[in-house]
Design a protein around this ligand. Structure first.
Ligand code: G3I
Length: 369
């Protein structure tokens, strides 16, 4: 019932009401100078919403999450305060990945991941586990181990089983398999595909399910926001695996966008087809990078892109959560990966909410009425 209300309300919003979401952008445009003018993308002083995102998200029937930089969480009070006050779920940005968790074969290090799980519990947050099988951030003993197929299968089995069992009962959703596809819809030619063939994917889901039957198991990828060759390949695989009884229950749509490219306006159409398969969906890693310096048009495009992602989730019955991949520009993977781009997050480097934050608040408020 609540979901129906949510869909109808946001449907109206998507049809046009959201054009009024960030009114200060025009006031900031060249030729409209004002002495108290905030910098592009910054909310007016005192203009941030008093209701935190997590309260608005609760009313709208979803969780709102952030990726967490564990060093900042431990060392920086304003960072820690915002994680706790604004978000209702967390994802470890790095500390559950293979190179951190199992740096040598059979030697496990869960120190930082355990700290995050405890933090989440203390703050009433759920945890998205990220990630069990990926081509990246693998320790060299895996990539240079010269294993036979049988040996590597055993290595993968042991890693998944150990990690999922360690966190049994404490992880809400696991990103079991991450970024297994190329943009053309073919399988990524990584160590797993090369040595094990595509069956590594279903094996991974079966092993994870055996280790924690209650965790919701996701396949996760980028560039699958709209309907395209890659999202269709994910769709086809999910349909096939579910028909075969493989325990795959969710599709994670990362949502790493760039204002240089159009926002994925067909996201709700794409997500609806996953609804029909009976799987959950989530926006798992939202951020929107901007070529620097950012002007008002780019900031407006960023706001719109964030809203496009969130509205996709709000319009989808089985979309459970919307996670931003870090919330402050102070800690973002973007500048070191995309030279000359940045300001991708919803808070600035001084933890001040940007207009993208206001835009998300507005959508959540509309959905939660
Ligand atoms: O931990 C080492 C440290 O020991 C070393 O001194 C330092 C020197 O460069 O590197 C540190 O590791 C870095 C690690 O983050 C932890 O800070 C790596 O260099 C750096 O490459 C790594 O970047 C992460 C990236 O994944 C790796 O691909 C980003 O923080 C993280 O945000 C990013 O997250 C991914 C998702 O997992 C999957 N989807 C895409 C997303 C963005 O790339």
């Amino acid at each position: 019932m609540r979901k129906m209300t949510r869909a109808v309300t946001v449907g109206a919003a998507a049809a046009g009401l959201l054009a009024v979401v960030v009114p200060n952008v025009m006031a900031n445009s060249p030729g409209h100078e004002h002495p108290a003018k905030p910098a592009p993308g910054h909310s007016k002083p005192g203009g941030s919403d008093p209701a935190p995102l997590r309260a608005l998200a609760q009313k709208a029937g979803i969780r709102i999450g952030t990726a967490v930089n564990s060093d900042a969480l431990a060392d920086e009070a304003p960072y820690e305060a915002k994680v706790g006050s604004e978000f209702s779920s967390v994802s470890p940005e790095n500390v559950m990945k293979w190179d951190t968790v199992e740096p040598a074969r059979g030697t496990y290090n869960y120190t930082q991941a355990d700290a995050l799980v405890s933090y989440a519990k203390a703050h009433g947050q759920l945890v998205r586990g990220h990630t069990l099988v990926w081509y990246n951030q693998l320790p060299s003993w895996v990539t240079s181990g010269d294993f036979t197929a049988d040996q590597l299968r055993q290595v993968l089995h042991d890693h998944i089983t150990s990690e999922v069992k360690h966190f049994k009962g404490k992880i809400w959703q696991w990103d079991v398999v991450n970024e297994a596809f190329n943009d053309d819809g073919s399988y990524r030619d990584d160590i797993w595909l090369q040595k094990l063939g595509p069956s590594y994917i279903e094996d991974a889901f079966r092993w994870a399910h055996q280790a924690d039957p209650k965790a919701v198991l996701f396949i996760n990828d980028y560039n699958i926001e709209g309907v395209n060759a890659k999202s269709t390949a994910v769709y086809d695989l999910v349909a096939k695996l579910r028909k075969e009884g493989v325990p795959l229950q969710g599709v994670g749509i990362q949502g790493h966008l760039d204002t240089q490219y159009p926002a994925p306006h067909d996201i709700a159409t794409n997500m609806a087809r996953f609804d029909k398969l009976g799987v959950q969906t989530a926006i798992t890693e939202a951020d929107v990078r901007i070529p620097l310096p950012a002007d008002n048009t780019e900031v407006e495009a960023q706001n719109e892109a964030y809203q496009t992602l969130l509205e996709g989730c709000l319009l989808t019955r089985n979309c459970t959560d919307f996670t931003v991949w870090g919330f402050t520009d102070k800690y973002s993977w973007v500048p070191s990966t995309f030279k000359g781009e940045g300001q991708a997050n919803i808070f600035d480097e001084n933890y001040q909410p940007k207009t993208a934050y206001t835009a998300l608040s507005q959508d959540l408020r509309l959905a939660g009425r």
